[in-house]
Design a protein around this ligand. Structure first.
Ligand code: GLU
Length: 472
């Protein structure tokens, strides 16, 4: 964005350097970790519905191959440029390392506003982009695995897997060339809500840490907390949903056309339906309209969740942010200057590259499902239910008492795919939160949680290089 003194990629580099000072790694190793390894910039023509031909600008960046495949979403946005995709690919490397997902970082982008194209045009663009990636060996279950990101979803992933499979006949693991697919095309149950659920699990864990909450002047727990969510896309929608279901109050929601506020709390599904029907989030019954969508970022609340694009909280508006905790559901929503302001004012910023890792974590589960060719729970569900039933029967017989029907149902239940995916995600987010907090607490001179998260990432990637024998 224009008022930024440096680019998005440079701001990622700055955060990296800030953290690198706290590590013991050789300068050369740090340079290698930071560098974007492979950058594919492409142009291809697409014939639009009106017969005209448009040249499309697109990218795929593989930031790191210290683990294979590379992993990261593909975004469709007018703002796409090489620098942005490089920054986002770097964040993927660090994100995967922090949550112990064994992938390198990658990202793709197509410079289009999907609203300006018909579904048929979008399909042509997506399929052509995929075949360009195939031609240059930039996609494949063991090479580089895209996923949804801003402006893309299950539909685009279905086009990608179909194009890839038709170009690679007989490749038995072809379904693992992309994640975030519809269930019928090899997707996994629980992927769609994964990023939002991960954001919720991460923040919930932070809110359960009594010392941290005391420092923020908040009571532990999620219940009763006031939340502002910027962005009602897949990530923002699901984040709002899980917070509301846990007893928090979502007092404001923002989209690009404006923002709405209701101190009593908003229901994201009702707002979503209202937006679908009227074309705008504004004029939602019972809520007040806010003039600018960015006004929502400056509201008084406990937790602010930017869930749209990068650089939205910067040196200009950071001094006016009143939230006590910021949960970065988007990638790169706060600039390094905003970080400095937050550190000064004791605002806790829970950083993107671990907090929004739920998406890639469940993508990992989807990829494993594709490689194993079996649905989660298929082998053990019935066995577990039989075993639980037997154990319960024995307990009841020996104690002479019976449990309630509700309890019986709960105890008997064998795991289904979604149960396993959600619990795998919960475990991942809790572990990552604790690991980062431990790093932070161990050294009081570490200025913020982002720096602690970067230290965790750098240590893991550097160790992995060292283990590969690349760096003696
Ligand atoms: N686009 C998401 C992210 O930024 C998900 C990536 C993936 O699942 O590979 O983390």
């Amino acid at each position: 964005m224009s008022h930024q003194p440096y680019s998005f990629f440079q701001s990622v580099e700055r955060s990296f350097d800030k953290a690198a000072n706290f590590t013991k790694w050789d300068k050369g190793i740090l340079e290698q970790i930071k560098a974007c390894n492979s950058i594919y910039s492409m142009r291809f023509p697409v014939k639009l519905d009106d017969g005209s031909i448009e040249v499309i600008e697109a990218y795929r960046v593989q930031h790191s191959q210290h683990k294979s495949p590379c992993k990261g979403g593909i975004r469709f946005s007018d703002e796409v440029n090489q620098d942005e995709v490089m920054a986002l690919a770097s964040l993927m490397t660090y994100k995967c390392a922090i949550v112990n997902v064994p992938f390198g970082g990658g990202k793709g982008g197509i410079k289009i506003n999907p609203r300006n194209y018909s579904v048929y045009e979008l399909e042509k663009i997506t399929r052509r982009y995929t075949s360009e990636l195939v031609k240059k060996n930039f996609i494949g279950p063991g090479i580089d695995v895209p996923a949804p990101d801003y402006g893309t979803g299950e539909r685009e992933m279905a086009w990608i897997v179909d194009t890839y499979t038709s170009l690679k006949p007989g490749e038995i693991d072809a379904a693992g060339c992309v994640t975030g697919k519809p269930i019928t095309q090899g997707g996994v149950r629980g992927r769609k809500e994964a990023t939002g659920l991960g954001v919720f699990f991460g923040i919930r864990e932070v809110c359960n840490m009594t010392d941290i909450m005391e420092r923020q002047g908040l009571k532990p727990g999620i219940e009763g907390k006031t939340i502002v969510v910027q962005g009602l896309g897949n990530v923002g929608y699901h984040t709002a949903k899980f917070f509301r279901e846990a007893g928090a109050k979502v007092v404001a929601l923002a989209e690009y056309e404006g923002a709405i506020f209701n101190a009593e709390g908003l229901n994201e599904e009702e707002v979503f339906q209202h937006r679908k029907a009227t074309g705008s989030i504004l004029n939602f019954p019972g809520a007040t309209n806010l003039e600018k969508n960015t006004d929502a970022l400056e509201l008084d609340c406990d937790i602010l969740i930017p869930a749209a694009l990068e650089n939205v909280i910067n040196k200009d508006n950071a001094p006016r942010v009143k939230a006590k905790i910021i949960g970065e559901a988007a990638n790169g929503p706060c600039t390094p200057e905003a970080d400095e302001e937050f550190a000064r004012r004791n605002i806790l910023c829970v950083p993107d590259m671990y907090l929004n890792a739920g998406g890639v974590t469940v993508s990992y589960f989807e990829w494993l499902k594709n490689l194993s060719h079996v649905r989660y729970g298929r082998m053990e569900k019935r066995f577990t239910e039989n075993m639980n039933s037997h154990i319960l029967g024995q307990i009841e017989e020996l104690s002479g008492k019976e449990v309630s029907d509700k309890e019986r149902k709960f105890i008997m239940h064998g795991p289904e795919e979604q149960d396993l995916v959600h619990s795998g995600l919960e475990e991942t987010m809790i572990t990552a939160t604790r690991e980062i907090m431990e790093i932070w607490k161990a050294d009081p001179s570490i200025p913020d949680m982002r720096t602690a998260a970067y230290i965790s990432a750098i240590n893991k990637v550097a160790t992995s290089y060292a283990e590969l024998g690349i760096f003696p």
